[in-house]
Ligand binder design. Structure first.
Ligand code: 1PZ
Length: 210
């Protein structure tokens, strides 16, 4: 079993953007698979988080391998296809609780947390706590979409995150300097993928999908 490296997540998000800035779903999902691998290597406390992410990854993989796979090549195509064919529950949960649009939106919101967290990690000093960086990033982003009980569970999980040095080792890209350098490359990439998706979802008024 190949061990995790942050590099593979970076590579996936690099492949995500087409020349005209469309987001390839295949590589987006593959980036998430890498992140889940990373999360799993941090320990079973994060099982409830990775389980939810895996569920969503599987839903999207289903579309990528399904009969209409060509309609799911990019996020842009997916949004158009699902909206044109009334495959999205727009205001309340109904016949399409697992639409590609609502499923991707959950991962998209988590990607903003990741961007904030990785940037914080990148500029952090040796003595800073990953749990605090993680919680701050969460409070500024994803938490607003979660009910109290999920926020509470997330907060407890953050407390057992490994310290900065151990965390860097799990990333498996070499010395602290190398980690910082890979993060310097990864954060702008993740940020661009996030922004493109955010703009698309905002234009189509999909940011609050149930
Ligand atoms: C490195 C430490 C990892 C911290 C991860 C920070 C995110 C905490 C999220 C905790 C929520 C998990 C429980 C599931 C919540 C779901 O209700 C929501 C909404 O989905 P719905 O119920 O509407 O179907 N799911 C999400 O918000 C998606 C969460 C995905 C989190 C993936 C984190 C990947 C971490 C990568 C590690 C570098």
């Amino acid at each position: 079993l190949a061990s995790f490296s942050l590099q593979e997540v970076l590579d996936a998000f690099k492949l995500c953007l087409s020349e005209n800035k469309e987001v390839y779903l295949e590589h987006y999902v593959s980036g998430w698979r890498g992140l889940v691998k990373f999360l799993n290597s941090l320990g079973s406390v994060f099982g409830f988080i990775s389980k939810d992410a895996v569920g969503k990854i599987k839903i999207l993989e289903g579309y990528l391998e399904g009969d209409n796979s060509s309609q799911y090549a990019t996020v842009q195509l997916m949004v158009k296809y699902e909206l044109d064919n009334q495959l999205v529950d727009l205001t309340k949960r109904g016949n399409h609780p697992e639409s590609g649009c609502r499923t991707l939106l959950r991962l998209h919101r988590a990607l903003r947390w990741l961007e904030l967290f990785l940037e914080r990690l990148r500029v952090s000093g040796q003595d800073e706590k990953t749990s605090v960086m993680c919680a701050d990033a969460y409070d500024q982003s994803l938490s607003q979409h979660h009910p109290w009980v999920v926020r509470k569970a997330a907060g407890l999980a953050f407390c057992v995150l490994p310290g900065r040095e151990a965390f860097f080792q799990v990333m498996n890209v070499g010395s602290a300097e190398q980690v910082v350098s890979v993060l310097g490359e990864a954060v702008p990439l993740i940020s661009e993928v996030y922004q493109i998706t955010e703009t698309l979802y905002a234009e189509q008024q999909l940011l609050q999908l149930p």
